[in-house]
Design a protein around this ligand. Structure first.
Ligand code: T46
Length: 142
């Protein structure tokens, strides 16, 4: 499995750092939704689903966490610990987010509005889905 991790350009000066993200320039899709999670409890794992259409970029803008990606054939764990790094998560990709530091803020840029019917929450259904649609992640290795 290939993993796409974007390294964004921080605009640093004596005041500190600033990262700006524009759709189709820094982010490979129109950004229709932004959400973020914080105060994640110790030992919590979130996710356990895939999406039929949704594409996302995950950025741990504070603290750290890990993302497990699974395309139905292979699994990879990607640490997110820099506010200027973004992990691309394609559709048809099972994801689990875990090992959150107490101060972690995981921000997600999403290509679609929230739509529960886009979720695949059953792992066997996911395996069936990727087998039939063959639409798995295309990305580059770290
Ligand atoms: C994903 C991973 C990375 C909304 O009302 N609107 C939203 O846009 C989202 C994302 C969630 N919600 C509600 C639905 C649930 O009642 O917030 C609650 C928690 O959502 P969920 O259990 O789906 O959260 P995670 O962390 O398991 O998954 C989320 C995204 O849902 C998912 O698309 O890829 O983060």
């Amino acid at each position: 499995m290939q993993v796409v991790k974007y390294v964004f350009q921080p605009h640093g000066d004596e005041r500190g750092q600033l990262v700006a993200l524009e759709e189709f320039k820094d982010i490979p899709f129109r950004i229709k939704r932004v959400y973020y999670m914080y105060d994640t409890g110790k030992g919590v794992t979130r996710g356990y689903h895939a999406h039929k259409s949704l594409k996302q970029i995950l950025i741990c803008i504070h603290g750290s966490c890990k993302i497990r990606l699974d395309n139905g054939k292979e699994k990879k764990v990607i640490p997110l610990e820099k506010p200027y790094e973004g992990l691309y998560v394609s559709n048809a990709m099972w994801r689990e987010m875990f090992d959150f530091s107490p101060d972690a803020v995981l921000m997600v840029l999403a290509s679609e509005l929230y739509d529960e019917s886009d979720y695949i929450r059953n792992y066997d259904e996911f395996l069936e889905y990727v087998k039939n649609c063959g639409d798995t992640v295309a990305a580059e290795s770290e």
